[in-house]
Ligand binder design. Structure first.
Ligand SMILES: [Zn+2]
Length: 210
């Protein structure tokens, strides 16, 4: 195994600078149980820097990433284990009061599923991804036909966030926490090229965050 240069260089830089500067905070964090302020479910996409966007310090966010930030339905029994185990730990053990679903523009997972359906499955067949993105099938038919391609993808990305929130309600322990006002669910959509973030408001529409 070869350790690439970027790894050692960047690590050394962090250890000698950031870690040294915040050493006491790291030591304190290691002594106490983590107490994050939010669970964040987001996409694996490398352009999503949730800790940068929301000024995350050590211990602030309990993060789970998957392709296209999907929260599978309770009926997707094969697919939901990993995401739900992260959520279960965050809510039951750490008792985190906020759960954020952070979707985004230019999502490769969303685009892949869209192309797959549109081009009648002529795009790549992947052993695992195809099964995973099949969780999106329920909402695909909701995309209005008269939108441009870009608008369709944005609609699909945002509808996926709405559906994920609906899916959360299917899990009894989550639904109970919501009903008891112990859990706040937040849907966010992030636009990479502008830095814009929209949140899902009480009318089930996306509104600018600031
Ligand atoms: Zn994505």
């Amino acid at each position: 195994m070869e350790i690439p240069k970027f790894l050692t260089e960047r690590y050394r830089n962090w250890k000698n600078n950031t870690f040294e500067e915040y050493k006491e905070i790291y030591i304190t964090a290691s002594r106490n149980l983590q107490k994050p302020i939010a669970v964040i479910i987001t996409c694996c996409d490398s352009r999503i820097l949730e800790n940068t966007i929301f000024d995350g310090k050590i211990g602030d966010y309990f993060i789970h990433r998957n392709i296209a930030n999907i929260i599978p339905s309770i009926n997707d029994k094969q697919e939901n284990i990993q995401t739900l185990s992260a959520i279960e730990y965050g809510l039951k053990v750490l008792k985190i009061p906020n759960l954020i679903i952070l979707g985004h523009s230019n999502c490769g997972g969303i685009e892949y599923y869209h192309k797959k359906i549109k081009e009648n499955k002529k795009v790549n067949n992947f052993e695992y991804i195809d099964k995973w993105v099949s969780c999106l099938s329920k909402i695909y038919s909701k995309i209005p036909g008269d939108l441009s391609e870009d608008q369709k993808l944005t609609f699909f990305e945002q509808e996926n966030i709405k559906q994920s929130i609906r899916n959360l309600r299917e899990y009894e322990f989550i639904n109970k926490l919501i009903n008891e006002n112990k859990l706040n669910i937040i849907g966010l959509w992030y636009q990479i090229n502008s830095g814009l973030i929209k949140f899902l408001d009480n009318n089930n529409s996306f509104t600018n965050l600031d």
